[in-house]
Design a protein around this ligand. Structure first.
Ligand code: PGA
Length: 232
């Protein structure tokens, strides 16, 4: 509505997003910006621990993260999209010849590339291994999803990443997704802000807009990896 547009014509929106969300947040901002022209955006991309620190320090208007912060930070949180994590290997990797679903124990034995401490993705898969009494065979720690993708393709190891990480190259490129026990880990993204904080009109509108994007994001994931429809 015109009145709405007027209200936020000179808006500003500062987002803090975890690294998995950087693969979708720009598209959301572009679509939101097309609806409400004239808004200035900024996007800080960091791991989960860093984003929680930014939230505590009130550095951004809204945050996107894969899990609500623990009890010591009081927040409002709205799930708005799927963020499935799964096993990715170099095409032709020996694990790809293992009958499907690949046992988690076989994944734990393969040389594994792990994200840095503070990563929510790391936290999620270490929990999965621990639940089954397993520990991955860590050969290298890397501070970025993109670096992990290149390390996979270089034959340094396998890893568990958000399926969104393959948004541009797709799943028939050099990186292959396998069906494996306990995977994908079906995570969600949440839009989060400190409870009691008054949101700007722009931030409120972005929150409402994001809530309408769930189906678009799910479709995009299924286009990327059609087998995902078995799990979602
Ligand atoms: P991260 O992001 O691994 O970069 O922390 C993912 C998440 O928390 O879902």
């Amino acid at each position: 509505r015109i009145a709405d547009r007027k209200g936020i014509r000179r808006g500003r929106l500062r987002l803090g997003v975890v690294t998995t969300a950087k693969y979708i947040a720009p598209e959301l901002l572009a679509a939101f910006g097309a609806r409400y022209p004239g808004i200035e955006f900024s996007m800080n991309v960091n791991n989960r621990d860093e984003i929680i620190t930014r939230l505590r320090n009130n550095q951004d208007d809204l945050y996107v993260m894969g899990q609500i912060p623990d009890n010591d930070v009081d927040v409002e949180a709205f799930p708005f999209a799927d963020n499935p994590l799964t096993i990715m290997v170099n095409r032709g990797h020996p694990l790809a010849r293992t009958p499907s679903p690949v046992p988690l124990a076989a994944i734990a034995e393969a040389p594994f590339l792990i994200r840095e401490f503070g990563s929510g993705t790391r936290h999620a898969y270490l929990n999965l291994f621990a639940e089954k009494g397993l520990k991955p065979n860590i050969v290298m720690e890397l501070g970025s999803n993109e670096a992990i993708k290149h390390a996979i393709v270089s034959g340094l190891g396998v890893s568990i990443l958000s399926i969104h990480c393959l948004a541009l190259e797709g799943t028939s490129g050099p990186i292959q997704i396998l069906h494996a026990e306990g995977l994908p880990i079906l995570r969600k993204w949440y839009l989060v802000y400190p409870r009691g904080r008054r949101l700007s009109l722009t931030a409120q509108k972005f929150l409402e807009f994001s809530a309408t994007q769930q189906d678009f994001i799910a479709r995009r994931l299924i286009d990327l990896w059609p087998d995902l429809s078995r799990y979602l």
